[in-house]
Ligand binder design. Sequence first.
Ligand code: PLP
Length: 432
Amino acid sequence: MKLAISGGKPIRARKYPQWPEVDRSDVRSVESVVKSGKWWLYAYSKDEFAMSGEGTSRVEAFEKAFAELQHVRFAYATSSGTASLEIACRAIGLKPGDEVITTPYTFVTTSTCILNAAAIPVYVDIDPLTYNMDARLVERAITSRTRAIIPVHFGGVFADMDALRAIASGHDLKIIEDAAHSHGASLTGNRWAGTLGDIAIFSLQESKLLTAGEGGLITTNDEELAELSWSLRHCGRSRAGKWYEHERVGWNSRMTELQGALLLSQLSKLQGQNARRRRNAQVLSRGLTGIPGITPNPQHPQTENDVYYLLCLRYDSAQWDDVPRGRVVKALNAEGIPVTEGYCFPLYENPLYRNVAFNAQGSPYLTGRPGPIPDFRAYRETCPVTERACRSEALWVAQNLLLGKEEDTQDIVRAFQKVFENRAELRTKGEG
Ligand SMILES: Cc1ncc(COP(=O)(O)O)c(C=O)c1O
């Protein structure tokens, strides 16, 4: 069969399911808030300045439902996963010049939350199989300035939290769990994403497993961190204080009632969607075992509820006669399979690290005083797995590609098979 990229018939012409999935319940839910005229979180507050009204907040109802889903004591909704990360950094007491150990294979704000606290991200390489922070490398990255660890459950695959927790408790470090990709995920023994560190965050941005376009959550079982997060999200107010009394420097990171309403109706679909993705991920993983050089990243061995923000595949060009990954991606895209290469460079290679100014104490730009700038490019030497994942190995199958029927998933396998069989042609074809 001729490759579609060379003018052949593509494996599929139909698009994969659109994300987010929208139905009448979403419209009704948002419509009722629009009609109520109560659009902000404090529309139902009894405070004299909050324009109080009868009824219950959709945001608070959503927080309660999400806390139940994730088996966590406290869940507070915010304007974004990024806002949640910044609040979490402040809540754990991060100070200028502190160091935070994190992963270079993630979205930028897992690190900019550290920089915005005038602290310094310290990167350890990722595990070659899961692409999560490699817990075996964390201990040697700890210095006298280290205060916290921020792991990510990349793609929904759990980081090695047992190992990270043991290290953290041995060195008196806090853990902020970035669970942006992990709505509904759990390990055996009732261990849920969002409960495995001191404090955790979820993203509700449009690509995520649960979304209102934008939005985020902070979860924790720690009462003190919960109160601080509540306050920091709410301009630094305290529950006991008067409306215009602010205890600390905070942010307005509140979620709107319109988002809360949409999230409540979307939440009722999450488990079904996660189950569909789970089935299709199995179909895909099984199908791909027949194709050399394409290996799905495994789930954590103790996973009970596995979720798929994306199914990450590892591409081994040596088994494809050295065809570069970029050509395989272009060929698959032409076949109607929109896989991507994911993060094309490690986080520490971002231009922001060349633009950030550090002061003499080695803390970042907030003081504006120039000083010795850590050479973030040195991580090229210490993070070879991240380099490989970004530059030649990772292939991302986004979550919406796993929302179709089994037949739709088999098309992904068929496309890989077809492109593999025609790899000789790709070796001579074009750039990238
Ligand atoms: C791992 C990770 N952390 C944090 C975020 C930030 O979330 P948000 O886009 O809601 O600010 C994202 C978003 O893509 C993410 O993937």
